[in-house]
Design a protein around this ligand. Structure first.
Ligand SMILES: [Zn+2]
Length: 246
């Protein structure tokens, strides 16, 4: 009897330990991280257009599916600069993320260029601490989107680009612009034509928007798992907010 009680007691302690372990943040995790997603363009500014396909619609659909993943599968708080086909200025976007005290900001776009044979992935940063976020997003996008591209051997690793775009320049938290693929490429455009919900079966690897959602999800999760940054802007969140080198 005493032995059974001891065993039961040990199980309770072990169970409590498991519960406690699962509930603990992993090393380097930010307490209550808040993700600010910015679906690029919208309203009177559709962004790139290819036939019936408008960039603003793709960006919003991807952002909303990403929000759902982050909230339901990673229990993260997510705020969005727009939740419908609204017109937003660059200033509206960074001021909103700043007002929300977001941990990070990801501005979601879809690339386009006159030469429709070009396809590839790119991330844009400005500050040193943006670069770390941009790198995580880029690595995840490349890993997921290059092997599944219409023409993987010609899918260009554009890498990271430093650019003083308003959303990365003026945001007070690490921020990056994601340009996962080129909607000017005809086969990408065809695959991007299906919304995330229309394309629930990705077994044929053709659900481009869903692949982009997965890539950005992984990039954000990987970024949040990095060790905290220091005052010199090294590591996640490096640099003293909100000045961060400006
Ligand atoms: Zn854009």
């Amino acid at each position: 009897m005493a032995k059974q009680m001891l065993l039961a007691g040990a199980l309770v302690v072990f169970g409590a330990f498991l519960l406690f372990s699962v509930g603990l943040p992993t090393a380097g995790a930010v307490a209550d991280p808040r993700v600010c997603l910015d679906p690029g363009h919208g309203g009177s500014a559709p962004g790139a257009v290819n036939g019936l396909l408008e960039e603003a619609d793709i960006n919003l659909d991807v952002a909303q599916a990403l929000e759902f993943r982050l909230v339901h599968d990673a229990s993260l708080a997510v705020v969005m600069t727009r939740t419908d086909d609204f017109t937003k200025s660059t200033r509206d976007r960074y001021e909103f993320c700043n007002s929300q005290n977001a941990t990070l900001m990801v501005s979601i776009h879809t690339n386009s260029v006159a030469d429709d044979s070009i396809d590839g992935t790119l991330a844009i940063y400005f500050h040193k601490d943006d670069r770390i976020l941009a790198q995580e997003l880029y690595d995840a996008m490349w890993a997921k989107l290059q092997p599944t591209a219409p023409d993987p051997l010609n899918f260009v690793p554009f890498g990271l680009k430093k650019d003083a775009l308003g959303v990365v320049l003026k945001s007070e938290m690490p921020a990056a612009v994601a340009e996962p693929v080129f909607m000017s490429h005809p086969i990408e455009a065809e695959r991007l034509g299906q919304t995330v919900s229309e394309c629930s079966d990705n077994s044929n690897n053709l659900c481009r928007r869903a692949q982009i959602v997965e890539a950005l999800y992984e990039g954000i999760i990987n970024y949040l798992a990095l060790p905290p940054g220091d005052e010199g802007g090294n590591g996640r969140g490096g640099g003293p907010p909100p000045g961060r080198g400006r």
